[in-house]
Design a protein around this ligand. Structure first.
Ligand code: LUZ
Ligand code: MOS
Length: 774
């Protein structure tokens, strides 16, 4: 068990490099984090004379801009200039997948919080004062806030997508049971601790350097170049680390960086733009709310024979990443189950909300919630436990997903059965049954939640990365990759790879900032794939250097290259330590004019997808797992606690157990938060009501499950994963879906007349209504 594994120190025994690194490594950033020394955008040393920006945004969700009066704002002392779309030298267009999103509104506003202008002043305080002095007159247009309204009005982002397998229509007629229903899952605020921001500074010859809190440095670079009408080589983007991203900075870090760069371009002076929490909450998109319908058909022995679902995605006012997110909903619509006949359809609906965006899971969780709802509904109607249905439909080796990929190295049943036996499901259930028998004012509920998540960007061309590795002449090492550190520990993993291959201590290795001039044309750090893609590139670069160094060593020691090994900062020959140290070897390599730098490119092999057929093999591999979640509901008040979450998780062979456990715990809390307490609210005018932490509740230390246990399932790992250590960022978020159904079960235990509801989040208010519904 890997709970409470203490990470005593950064130093480790050299002769056990890989083993001790794996077990005792702690996040490299932990020292500077706890001392408050870690650098974020707001900590960049700014130049003298730097200006500060504040965004003026739309106070209406939809309308025609009739008039804007900036005169009072301009007249305020300390205001340097106000920038609007008229100041854009290139294209006023920041759309990534579809060019449908202006940087600044022109004549029409499409959501409450849509940027209209950037006020630049001597201080942020003055810029804020100036903002309050702007008069704007907007002629209202009808506001759409829900996906259903959008569908009724024919307001869409793009054409719908649909996956299908088998012949679901015919099969429904042969099913013993057929159920239909509707579900809703709400959005979710990313609430990264570091809000959106950027700092742009002019270098020489029209070059601009941007320090950005972005998951996608190349997006920031290319969109800035587009808006400014300059070549990409004029724009350098640098990222030290993010104070959290969760998908919220995959696309939506870009506008703020572009605005800072635009002002920098015009003023030839540095400009800093950091959104405060209120502005960030109002102006940025969130997880997509989904309104969905399903139809599920089962045989008499509870096999799911057919499944049909339609997902209405509330995309917001522009495409952003919505089409890609919609696609992932379809990929994950059958979760961990094999369903022989499936038809799913997703419609990206254009509404007057801020463009919704990537959020850990990327549409997958929304899809999985629907099939879990369908199963819960079927179970309740048939009079069996959901578990009975889940269990007989779990994915098996060589089953086909609806998108044509054949499931390989499947761990669905393994994690399920392991969870049941390791955690003794019979006793757990018996305890809950006894508790419910003996208590009237509190009831407990239990649920099992299996997960299956595909690893790779669903857009095949994005699955690549590069690493640039320098060995300096004193034997120390610097590594640049496309990976952005956002708290997930990716830098630690990159460092481990280099330490492992070179067999040198970690204090000889530095992970450099993520910078577009050192590693270019990169995909964002996203899709749980950052460590795989960049780690494989790092591994390749380090291995090439080792091959080169072995030749040098063989020349020095006059032995065959094949007998040489680099180990514990020394050269070993046939397993015997030689006199030649790592440092000496590097010095000689320098004298022999051997290149001590290597650049490697990794592109995931085997994957492909044909969008015209909606079939292919989009994922390098899948991650599996099963969680058992128990809850206790206070039946007087409707409040609840999660007593325990017991998980058997497929890490493959984890290369950093502490970091991976941290990812599981964090994702779980975030998933439970999404399903149970985080309630985004917009009013009918499209104004965000949950616009502060007083009105938007996220899990805190008191509401996370009291007892979280994570057991790794023993597998061979997967060679497509870095050092067989599987991607871990997103998959565990979906364990949180089980929390929703555990609550349903507890309510049902109190009120047998309760009609299961599939409308997330399951807040205490909804629980209370359920407890006393007739
Ligand atoms: N981002 C993206 C993602 O662009 N494509 C993906 O498939 C993806 N998946 C998960 C999270 N972010
Ligand atoms: Mo993401 S949801 O930026 O992996």
């Amino acid at each position: 068990m890997h709970k409470n594994k203490s990470n005593s120190d950064l130093d480790f025994k050299l002769n056990e490099v890989s083993i001790s690194l794996k077990q005792s490594i702690k996040n490299l950033d932990s020292h500077t984090h706890v001392r408050g020394e870690s650098l974020y955008v707001d900590d960049v040393n700014i130049r003298q004379g730097t200006f500060h920006g504040v965004v003026f945004d739309s106070p209406k969700a939809h309308g025609i801009i009739k008039h804007i009066d900036y005169s009072k704002a301009r007249a305020l002392e300390g205001v340097e200039r106000i920038f609007t779309y008229k100041d854009v030298p290139g294209k006023n267009q920041i759309g990534g997948i579809i060019p449908d999103e202006p940087l600044f509104a022109e004549n029409e506003v499409h959501f409450w919080g849509m940027p209209i202008a950037l006020i630049v002043a001597e201080s942020e305080f003055i810029a804020r004062q100036a903002r309050a002095l702007i008069d704007i007159n907007i002629e209202d247009l009808p506001v759409i806030t829900t996906a259903k309204q959008a569908k009724a009005k024919g307001s869409f982002i793009n054409a719908p997508r649909s996956f299908s397998l088998g012949d679901f229509k015919k099969v429904f007629n042969d099913c013993k049971y057929v159920f239909e229903g509707e579900t809703f899952s709400n959005g979710q605020e990313h609430l990264y601790i570091e809000s959106q921001g950027a700092y742009a500074e002019p270098l020489e010859n029209g070059t601009i350097k941007i320090t950005s809190s972005t998951q996608g440095p190349t997006s920031v670079q290319s969109i800035t170049a587009r808006v400014l009408g300059v070549a990409m080589h004029k724009i350098e983007v640098d990222v030290t680390r993010l104070g959290g991203g969760f998908g919220g900075k995959e696309d939506q870090a870009t506008p703020w960086a572009v605005m800072a760069a635009l002002a920098c371009y015009h003023l030839n002076q540095s400009v800093k733009l950091i959104l405060n929490r209120h502005d960030d909450l109002r102006m940025t998109g969130k997880r997509h709310p989904y309104e969905s319908t399903y139809k599920i058909g089962l045989s008499k022995d509870l096999k799911i024979m057919a499944y049909e679902a339609e997902f209405l995605q509330n995309s917001g006012a522009a495409a952003d990443l919505s089409p890609a997110i919609a696609e992932r909903t379809l990929f994950h619509s059958t979760n961990s189950y094999f369903v022989p006949n499936v038809t799913t359809k997703v419609i990206s609906c254009k509404t007057n909300l801020p463009p919704n965006t990537a959020f850990r899971g990327f549409g997958g969780p929304q899809g999985m919630f629907v099939i879990e709802s369908a199963i819960a509904k079927a179970a309740s109607e048939i009079g069996v436990s959901a578990r009975a249905i889940q269990e007989v439909n779990l994915l098996d080796e060589n089953d086909t997903f609806s998108y044509g990929q054949i499931a390989k190295k499947v761990e669905a049943k393994n994690t399920w059965d392991s969870a049941k036996s390791i955690f003794d499901i019979e006793t757990l259930e018996k305890d809950i049954e006894d508790f419910n028998k003996n208590n009237n004012s509190f009831k407990k509920g239990l649920t099992l939640m299996p997960i299956t998540f595909g690893i790779s960007f669903t857009n095949t061309p994005m699955n690549h990365a590069r690493a640039l590795v320098h060995i300096y002449l004193d034997g120390s090492v610097g590594i640049s990759t496309a990976a952005v550190e956002m708290g997930q520990g990716v830098n630690t993993k990159m460092m481990q790879i280099a330490a492992d291959v070179f067999s040198i201590p970690i204090d000889k290795i530095k992970i450099e900032t993520t910078n577009t001039t050192r590693v270019a044309n990169t995909s964002p750090s996203a899709a749980s794939s950052t460590a795989d893609l960049n780690g494989k590139a790092t591994l390749m670069a380090c291995n090439s250097l080792v091959e080169r160094l072995k030749i040098v060593a063989s020349e020095i020691l006059k032995v065959s290259k094949d007998t040489i090994e680099l180990k514990n900062e020394s050269v070993y020959v046939k397993g015997e330590k030689s006199e030649l140290t790592w440092t000496a070897l590097i010095s000689v390599a320098m004298l022999k004019r051997v290149a001590l730098t290597e650049n490697a490119h990794y592109a995931t092999p085997e994957i492909h997808f044909d969008k015209t057929k909606e079939k292919g093999h989009p994922f390098a591999y899948h991650v599996y797992g099963t969680a058992i979640i128990t809850t206790t509901v206070d039946c007087t008040r409707g409040t609840y606690e999660f007593d325990s979450v017991k998980i058997v998780h497929d890490y493959g062979k984890s290369m950093s157990e502490g970091i991976d456990l941290g990812q599981v715990e964090g994702a779980l809390a975030q998933g439970i938060g999404w399903m149970t307490m985080e309630e985004i609210a917009y009013n009918d005018e499209g104004r965000l009501l949950s616009n502060a932490l007083s009105t938007y509740k996220i899990p805190d230390i008191f509401s996370v499950p009291k007892d979280v246990e994570v057991i790794p399932v023993e597998t061979d790992g997967n060679d497509m994963a870095i050092l067989k250590s599987k991607a871990v960022g997103e998959p565990p978020l979906m364990y949180g879906i089980g929390a929703y159904f555990a609550l349903q079960n507890a309510i049902k235990a109190f009120n047998p007349k309760y009609d299961l509801k599939f409308h997330a989040p399951m807040t205490p208010e909804k629980v209370l209504m359920g407890l006393y519904s007739k």
